[in-house]
Design a binder for this molecule. Structure first.
Ligand code: NAD
Ligand code: ZN
Length: 341
C-alpha cells in the first residue's frame, strides 16, 4: 500500500510502499479515504526537537482520518464491513486507575497513532475496534477527517458552561476557529477571537459569527469597552500556545473567570500568578478528546447544524501531499485535507 512515512531522521515525509497491516483479534482494518494534516504532522515533517525526541523512525504518520472498515478481527462485535468511520487516535491502556474509572482520555499510558504507532497517512490503517467511531450518513468523509481537531475544539469549548457568557479565544488556527463556532452554536454571548495573522482572522469571521481582533494592532481593553462588557471575559480558551496570548487573556478575564488551555507553549511560560490568585481564576489543562463523550457530543452538534466546513481551505489528492504540506506550512491555510481515492 501507499503510505506517507517519516523514513529518515531529517526534514520531510516520503511516499513509500508498505505492507498492508495485519490485524489482531480485537482490531479492524480501515481503508482510508480522507485525512487531515495537523500541526503535529508539521512538527514531524520539520523534525523539530519534540519530533526527534518522540517519533520512532521509520513511522507511517498521520492521525486525522475517515475511511471504511474492510476487515474485522474475530472478537470484534457491533461493527460491520463497509461501515464508514473515523476514530480516536489515542491508543489507551486499560490498567490505570483512570481507565478503570472510565476516564480513558486521562490514561497515562496513552500512545498516539502517527506519533508513536503506525498512523493513518496510508491506504490502510489497523485500529483497535474500541477506537472506532462510526460515521452517520450526515457526516461526509472530509468532515470525518477533521473530527480529531474538531474534538479538541469541542472538548475545550465544553469545559465550561458557555450559555450567555463572553468568551475570549486566543489563536485563530483551525482549532481556535472551530472552538469559536462551537461557542457560538451553544449560545455564548460575545465570542472574541484573537490572532496576529490577518488571514486567519478573516477565515475565523467567515466560519463563525465572531469578533476578530488583531492583537498586533488592537488592544483587548478597547474591545471590552466597545462590546460594553463590564469587567472582562467570563471564559477563556487559549489556543495559540503563545505566552503573550495567555498573558493577555489573564489580563482580560473578569473576576472568577475560567480558562481552558489547549495551546501548547514551547517551553516554560512566565505567568503572573498573583493576578490569577486575586482574580480567582480557574485554569483547566485540556488534552485530546474525552473518550468517547467528546465524540458523541461533536457528532450531535454537527447533526444539529454546527457548520465548520469552511475551515477546510485546501483539498489535494494524496500524490500532491507536498503541496498540501506547503499550504499548511505557509500559515495562511485553515485545515488541509488529503484525498486517498
Ligand atoms: P495553529 O498553530 O494553526 O494556530 C495557532 C494560531 O495562534 C496561529 O494562527 C497563530 O498566528 C496564532 N497566534 C500566535 N501568536 C498569537 C498571539 N500572541 N495572540 C493570538 N494568537 C496568536 O494551531 P492549531 O492547530 O489551531 O492548534 C492550536 C493549539 O493547540 C496549538 O498550540 C497546538 O499545539 C495545540 N494542540 C493541543 C492539543 C492538546 O491535546 N492539548 C491538541 C491539538 C493541538
Ligand atoms: Zn491532529
Amino acid at each position: 500500500m501507499k503510505a506517507l512515512v517519516k523514513a529518515r531522521a531529517e526534514s520531510g515525509l516520503w511516499m513509500e510502499r508498505r505492507p498492508v497491516p495485519e490485524i489482531g483479534p480485537d482490531d479492524v482494518l480501515i481503508r482510508i479515504r480522507q485525512t487531515g494534516i495537523c500541526g503535529t504532522d508539521i512538527h514531524i515533517w520539520n523534525w523539530d526537537e519534540w519530533a526527534a525526541r518522540t517519533v520512532p523512525v521509520p513511522l507511517i504518520t498521520g492521525h486525522e482520518f475517515a475511511g471504511e472498515i474492510v476487515e474485522m478481527g474475530r472478537n470484534v462485535e457491533g461493527l460491520s464491513i463497509g461501515q464508514r468511520c473515523s476514530g480516536e487516535g489515542h491508543l489507551i491502556g486499560k490498567q490505570s486507575r483512570q481507565s478503570r474509572a472510565g476516564k480513558f482520555h486521562l490514561d497515562p499510558a496513552t500512545r498516539g497513532i502517527g506519533v508513536n504507532e503506525p498512523g493513518a497517512f496510508a491506504q490502510y490503517l489497523r485500529l483497535p475496534a474500541f477506537n472506532v467511531v462510526p460515521l452517520p450518513d450526515t457526516i461526509d468523509d472530509e468532515i470525518g477527517a477533521i473530527l480529531d481537531p474538531l474534538g479538541n475544539a469541542v472538548h475545550t469549548a465544553l469545559s465550561f458552561d458557555l450559555v450567555g457568557e463572553d468568551v475570549l479565544i486566543t489563536g485563530a488556527g483551525p482549532i481556535g476557529i472551530m472552538a469559536a463556532a462551537v461557542a457560538r452554536h451553544v449560545g455564548a454571548r460575545h465570542v472574541v477571537i484573537t490572532d496576529v495573522n490577518p488571514a486567519r482572522l478573516e477565515l475565523a469571521a467567515s466560519v463563525a459569527d465572531v469578533v476578530p481582533v488583531n492583537v498586533a494592532s488592537e488592544d483587548l481593553r478597547d474591545v471590552i469597552a466597545r462590546l460594553k462588557m463590564k469587567q472582562g471575559f467570563d471564559i477563556g480558551m487559549e489556543m495559540s500556545g503563545n505566552q503573550h496570548a495567555l498573558d493577555q487573556m489573564i489580563e482580560a478575564m473578569t473576576m472568577g473567570g475560567r480558562i481552558a488551555m489547549l495551546g501548547i507553549p514551547p517551553g516554560k511560560s512566565p505567568v503572573d500568578w498573583s493576578r490569577i490568585v486575586f482574580k480567582a481564576i480557574t485554569i483547566k489543562g485540556v488534552y485530546g478528546r474525552e473518550i468517547f463523550e467528546t465524540w458523541y457530543k461533536m457528532i450531535a452538534l454537527l447533526e444539529n447544524g454546527l457548520d465548520v466546513r469552511r475551515v477546510i481551505t485546501h483539498r489535494f489528492k494524496v500524490d500532491d501531499f507536498d503541496a498540501g504540506f506547503a499550504a499548511m506550512r505557509s500559515g495562511q491555510s485553515g485545515k488541509v485535507v488529503l484525498d486517498w481515492g
